[in-house]
Structures are given as C-alpha cells and as structure tokens.
Ligand binder design. Structure first.
Ligand SMILES: Cc1ncc(COP(=O)(O)O)c(C=O)c1O
Length: 286
C-alpha cells in the first residue's frame, strides 16, 4: 500500500507535497518533529510522542493547538497508508512569512507528515551487536526539545557510520556522555544500568522510558545519573542504545575497544526481549 504524505489538511503522494520557500522550518529550523513506529500498522506510543512535541512547543512558544488534532492526523495517515512496518514522520513548523529572526505571532503552522515503509533490523544484527564512536555533542543546550536543527547530529552520525559504526556516542566538554545522534545511551556498571538523567541535555526518548519500565519489571536496578567516557571504557560491563528504530541495540565496542567481554550483554538482551513484549502487548504485533 502507498507511502503517503499529509500537508496542511490534505493527503497526497509524497512527491506532491511541497512547502513554500519562506517556510520557517526551511529557513531557520523553526520546527519540531517526531518519528513514530508502526508495528502491524499500529502506532507505538503515539500519545507520549505527541506529549513530547507539546512540551517542546511550550518551550519554543509555538502554538501547537493551531496545528489541529495531531493524534487524528497520525491515526488517519496510518490507516490510509495501510503499511505494516513503517515510520510515521511528523513535523510542525511555525509557518510561512517573509524571513525575519523575530518570532512572528499568529502564523498558521505548517503541518507535514509522511508514512514510509521500514525494513526492520535483522535479528542477527542484534545478536552480533553494534560498534560506536564517541563524538563531541555539538547540538544546542535544549536537547530535550525535538527540534529539526539536526546538523551536528547528522554530521556525527555520518562520521560514525563512515567508520563502520552503528551510531555516535556524544559527550560534553567534561567527558560526560549524553546520548547517541538518534538514540539514548546506556551502560551497565556494577550490575546497575546507568543512563543520563532526562534533563535539558538529552532528548527524553520514548524508547528510553520503555527500557526503564522494562528494567523495573525485570527487577534490574538502574540509576539515571551521568557517567563519563572513562567510566564507560574502564568500568562498564555492557552498553546499549535505545531508539524508535532499533528498540534496544547492544554496543560491543566503543572507539575500537571492547566493552566488557566485547559481546552483547545479558542485560541488553533481556531488555530487548522485554521491550518486544511491551510492543506486542500494546500493538498486537512486534
Ligand atoms: C538525539 C536523540 N536522542 C534520543 C532519541 C531516541 O528517542 P526515541 O526513543 O523517542 O526514538 C532520538 C530519536 O530520534 C534522538 O534524535
């Protein structure tokens, strides 16, 4: 069935969806986005994705209510595209006006959404695990806001992939690890899962929250407290990413050095199984 776009009230083929050259999303990155996964045609945790966009809109002073009923739009897009495994992409820009740094009032937001087929990651990739490369975190200081200003992230991700990696692991000037370029990052130290607190320095991932729920259910202790590259390299027995695409992806090597014994860790594997159980329970598919 078709890959589709939605633009300001109309559904159409993706190639037909066009925005004006003075859209503020295009000129300033003055826009927010979400990527929601469909499992068996059902959106996974659409509500939390839209709540996150609403929180972001409050921070940047965007009138998201004027964008219409986003839940209905996304459900309708899922229904009309009738795709099984897919990404629904949603972007709301502040709207169109002559270029001006001053944030204008009363603009009609531009609402864009697309439904694209997705190739699920093969199982053997999870059992092999992935490698990662550290890169400085160059994004802005409000990474909790899922804004489309992603230039630093596309640069670090491309660099990591060029070097044969799965994703970059970002760190701040003092060596604190924040997150991946499209993911949250975890390690295990002394049997305790560690991940950066969900504050302004990282995006609070919907998958991250799912992972922490799974840890709670499995009685695996976790601490949302910052850790450094040195702690990761010297003390961690395992590491993994979480995000909408990969769910839970074990990391076996960082910058060419093995984490723990250099194989996917047991905690990451249990969390991934638990994550898939949650998906199955909530969408009827996985
Ligand atoms: C910078 C960043 N961190 C974390 C994530 C993971 O978020 P989620 O689990 O909601 O996909 C993403 C996803 O796009 C991201 O771009």
């Amino acid at each position: 069935m078709p890959e589709l776009a939605y633009l300001n009230g109309e559904f159409m083929a993706i190639e037909e969806a066009m925005v004006p050259v003075e859209d503020r999303g295009l000129q300033f990155g003055d826009s927010l986005y979400e990527v929601v996964r469909l499992y068996g045609g059902e959106p996974f945790r659409l509500g939390p994705h839209l709540d996150r966009m609403r929180r972001g809109a409050e921070v940047i002073g965007m009138d998201l209510a004027a964008a219409g009923d986003l839940d209905e739009i996304m459900q309708e897009l899922a229904l009309r595209s009738n795709l099984d495994t897919a990404f629904l992409y949603l972007q709301v820009t502040r709207g169109v006006c002559p270029r001006n740094h001053l944030i204008p009032e009363d603009l009609d937001p531009t609402v864009i959404a697309t439904a694209r087929k997705l190739e699920a990651i093969p199982e053997e990739k999870y059992s092999r695990g992935s490698v990662a490369f550290t890169r400085p975190d160059l994004r802005w200081a409000r990474r909790d806001v899922k804004a489309t200003t992603l230039l630093p992230n596309i640069m670090s991700r491309s660099e990591a992939i060029k070097r044969g990696g799965y994703d970059a692991v970002h760190y701040e000037e003092d060596g604190t690890i924040t997150e991946g370029s499209v993911s949250n990052f975890f390690c295990v130290i002394d049997g305790v899962i560690r991940t950066h607190p969900a504050n302004e320095r990282i995006l609070s991932g919907i998958s991250r929250a799912t992972v922490l729920e799974c840890a709670e259910d499995l009685d695996i202790p976790y601490r949302e407290s910052p850790f450094s590259i040195d702690e990761l390299m010297e003390d961690a027995t395992e590491a993994f990413f979480s995000d909408t695409y990969s769910e839970v992806m074990p990391v076996t090597h960082v910058d060419g050095e093995g984490i723990g014994d250099g194989a996917p860790g047991p905690i990451a594997q249990r969390l991934r199984a638990a994550f898939r159980d949650v998906v199955r329970r909530e969408t009827g598919s996985a």
